[in-house]
Ligand binder design. Sequence first.
Ligand code: SF4
Length: 258
Amino acid sequence: MSTPISISESSQNQNVVGQIHSVESCGTVDGPGIRFVIFTKGCPLRCLYCHNPDCRPMTDGKQVTVDELIAEIEKYKSYMRFSGGGVTVSGGEPLMQPHFVAEIFKRCKKLGIHTALDTSGYADLEHAAKPVLEYADLVLLDIKSFEPETYFKVTSVPIEPTLKLAKYLSEINKPTWIRFVLVPNLTDDPANIEGLASFISTLGNIEKVEVLPFHKMGEYKWEQLGYDYQLKDTQPPTAELVQRTVDIFKKYGLAVVS
Ligand code: SF4
């Protein structure tokens, strides 16, 4: 079992270097409006349905400086402004490179650009999450299950750091969207979803819950990487199952999209 990420801050200058997988200049699914999305390298989770398994290793990424990224981001500022968009840092797990991500967000804030962090929450709260959250306008928090055994089965890590982060986000009233991937025969147990919905309903900062139906678009990457894709025989959820899941979240007074 791995432990949550805690990375010491080594560089204080603005031209911090990070490892990224890629960028998407006009993303529309990772936060509001049109967004410049940065996919960082490195992830301590091993989600069975991961659609970015090539983001997991910290090696073989592209080294970029914050200056280089900001120069690129500035080219898309007008799209972001007119669409109510901004910059999202996703991954991988962005909180594996907290100083890098905090620096990107800090520079975006100076430029008046909205910032969103897409995270699993599996990180050291004090040393990795808090420095980044200071400059994040929105958090997209993936809670991949609620029952601890199911969470571990899905991700190979424990759920506690994610719940701790969720509670902290509520304490500081940080606007947060919860993302939940619905996988038949893995995360779809009504008791699991009820537990998650009930927990989320105790938080005061949740703007919406996104129920994301499982898909296999990343399967070919697993094959290319020589990883064992255990969900080969799992089908996407039916419309009925998605609706039943949405209804559970709604029952707890949550705004839900699927
Ligand atoms: S947290 Fe995201 S990148 Fe990491 S293994 Fe899970 S789905 Fe893949």
